[in-house]
Design a protein around this ligand. Sequence first.
Ligand SMILES: [Fe+2]
Length: 175
Amino acid sequence: MISNEIKSLINKQINDEIWSAYLYLSMSLDSYYKDYSGAGQWFYVQAMQEIDHARRLQKYLLSQGQHVDLLPIDGVPTQWTSLLTMFEDAMNHEKAITKCINNIVNQAKEEQDYATLSMLMWFVDEQIEEEQTALTMVNKLRAAQGNSCYMYEIDKSMKTRKYRRVLHNRSEQWL
Ligand SMILES: [Fe+2]
């Protein structure tokens, strides 16, 4: 069984993941408004995946006999000056999320809570991918600055992103 400290950290992380979904949904809507439908699709998929992350943590708390206490969701920015600033914000946000995950890992290590550590390793790996993906987009958009043809191509390529439900390796029962 997990400690109260771990329970409350995971409970807060659920809120952060749902806030992430809210942030990316806002980025999606601002992209569609600016006629970047590829970025709109890309961020919509990102938002859906954040809900899956929250779901994974919710399932873990339940598996530990814990109640999930959903917290209020803070507001998010609603407009960005460019796709580049949007992706820079996304990249910085993912770095902040990595720190939150690492903080829970540190606590679980201190408590020798191996079940929580095992569960969190999926998130550690996921954050490597999240940060790398955001950085790649930032680099592409920086290179495209002032080149509308290149911007059009980048937006078009983002439209190909499809939502796939993120499942646990061992059992589809997780989500
Ligand atoms: Fe996430």
